[in-house]
Write a protein that binds this ligand. Structure first.
Ligand SMILES: Nc1ncnc2c1ncn2[C@@H]1O[C@H](COP(=O)(O)OP(=O)(O)O)[C@@H](O)[C@H]1O
Ligand SMILES: [Mg+2]
Length: 462
């Protein structure tokens, strides 16, 4: 019973019922039209014929008198085509016609009468229905002209029954079809619901059933499955990130703890001071890591999107490059920059500056050849509808197979472990680019790394 109610509540069933109603209505209208055009019109035609005949006979009577009408009635009575006549005198006796007696119904006010008629067919008497027009002629003669309408009535009856059954069959078939359709639909919806429940119960590998028909439900199931794939991927990524975070924070904390313990054991004021200084240093690094993680999370979540505004990236690039110029020179290298004017983008000035700083910082750390200072070139120009900010160095570069993973959190290549860093720099750059609908592209600088920030050029910048 409950399943039945559920079925009635489905939108498919409602739709099917609506279609059914429209269908039944049009079938009804069609059959009604056919009925009207045959049975009703035939009956009308009969009435008109009778009326015309009455008119003709009345005319006969008027112009040719009793003799004329009797002649005509006798003549017409002979060719038996279902026509009925009766002319009676003022005493009610039959004067002419093929009806034996005046039907009792003739006494009514209505000139149109219907009465039973016994007809002989192959030796058997059949009771038919006759329809007739009854009128009084001058001199108290009475005239009845009618037709045997039994065949007509039977025909109309058959039409009505046919109409009824046709409608009934259409309704039953339509209803059955609708039920079947919605039952099928419901079963698939139930399957999807069941799948969602197993997934919610913890089976992240579960997927929605797909029938393969490619219909709306299939498309829905496919979309849900894609969503689940992505959720699963994100969850796996998050798990990795959190274990990486835990791991990366454990190492410096362990170091801090060991150093403090050692200082405590020594009982020496000088050691205490050194340990505390180291602890402050280490805490700063930890804070940097946390801040970087938070920035990445914010950038990736797109929260800062509202902070994007039309800015001139040329200025940002020049500012950051100038800031790092002395550092490069201190390291025995140099930093050159070549920036085109009016690099208009929609962006967050501070985040873009941070991203570029991270790239330059990497170039300073990893971009020098053995025994030489870093040689860094920063450029900013428009390329094919994009603003491209590039930082090139002449170090070892990153092998093509590593370019994908260095943007993941905490990933540092083995050759870089000796340098300070937390492996979050490129992750932040990548997150900032995502926020700006741009991309971080790592290329070969032959030799060295060419790191490019590609941002959509904003033409209508103010
Ligand atoms: N300019 C570069 N040349 C060579 N390797 C680089 C360069 N920039 C980044 N890398 C590699 O990518 C890794 C990830 O960079 P990043 O996320 O900035 O972390 P970090 O700078 O803290 O090591 C670095 O550890 C290094 O191995
Ligand atoms: Mg870095």
């Amino acid at each position: 019973m409950r399943a039945g109610f559920k079925l009635l509540r489905t939108s498919t069933f409602r739709l099917a019922a609506l279609y059914l109603a429209v269908f039944a209505l049009s079938v009804g209208a069609l059959l009604g039209y056919v009925y009207w055009n045959t049975a009703v019109l035939l009956e009308r035609q009969t009435d008109e014929t009778i009326r015309a005949e009455v008119q003709a006979l009345a005319d006969q009577y008027r112009y040719r008198g009793l003799r004329g009408i009797i002649d005509t009635i006798q003549r017409r009575s002979k060719d038996d085509r279902g026509s009925l006549y009766l002319l009676s005198d003022p005493q009610g006796r039959r004067v002419a016609g093929n009806l034996e007696t005046m039907p009792a119904e003739a006494s009514s006010e209505d000139p149109w009468i219907e009465f039973p008629l016994d007809v002989e067919r192959g030796g058997r008497i059949e009771r038919h229905v006759a329809r007739a027009f009854h009128t009084k002629l001058t001199g108290d003669f009475e005239l009845v002209v009618g037709r045997d309408v039994d065949a007509l009535r039977q025909f109309a009856g058959i039409m009505r029954v046919t109409l009824f059954y046709a409608l009934a069959i259409a309704l039953v078939l339509g209803l059955g079809g609708g039920l079947l359709m919605s039952r099928n639909f419901l079963r698939r919806v139930d399957a999807i619901t069941a799948a969602s429940h197993t997934i919610m119960a913890g089976d992240m590998g579960g997927r929605m059933p797909v029938s393969g028909s490619g219909d709306e439900l299939d498309r829905l199931a496919l979309a849900l499955n894609q969503m689940l794939d992505q959720i699963q991927r994100l969850m796996a990524g998050m798990q990795e990130v959190s274990s990486n975070v835990a791991h990366d924070l454990k190492t410096p904390l362990t170091r801090v703890k060991a150093r403090v313990e050692a200082a405590l054991r020594s009982g020496n004021a000088g050691e205490y001071k050194a340990a505390l200084e180291k602890t402050v240093e280490e805490s700063d690094r930890l804070l940097d890591t946390f801040n970087a993680l938070l920035s990445i999370a914010r950038a990736e979540a797109g929260q800062a999107r509202s902070g994007l505004e039309p800015i001139d990236a040329s200025q940002v690039i020049a500012d950051v490059a100038e800031l790092y110029e002395p550092t490069a020179e201190e390291l025995g290298g140099n930093l050159q920059f070549d920036v085109a004017p009016d690099l208009n983008v929609r962006g967050d000035r501070q985040l873009l500056a941070q991203a570029l700083s991270n790239l330059i910082d990497n170039a300073l750390k990893y971009g020098a050849r053995e025994g030489q200072g870093p040689e860094i070139k920063v450029t900013g120009r428009v390329e094919g509808g994009n603003v491209v900010i590039a930082v090139g160095d002449h170090g070892e570069g990153i092998a093509p197979e590593d370019r994908g993973r260095v943007t993941e959190r905490f990933v540092r290549l083995d050759s870089s472990r000796a340098r300070p860093g937390n492996g979050l720099g490129l992750s932040l750059v990548s997150g900032v680019m995502k926020l700006h609908d741009g991309a971080l592209v790592l290329d070969d600088n032959g030799p060295g790394l060419l790191a490019k920030l590609v941002l959509p050029l904003q033409r209508a910048a103010s």
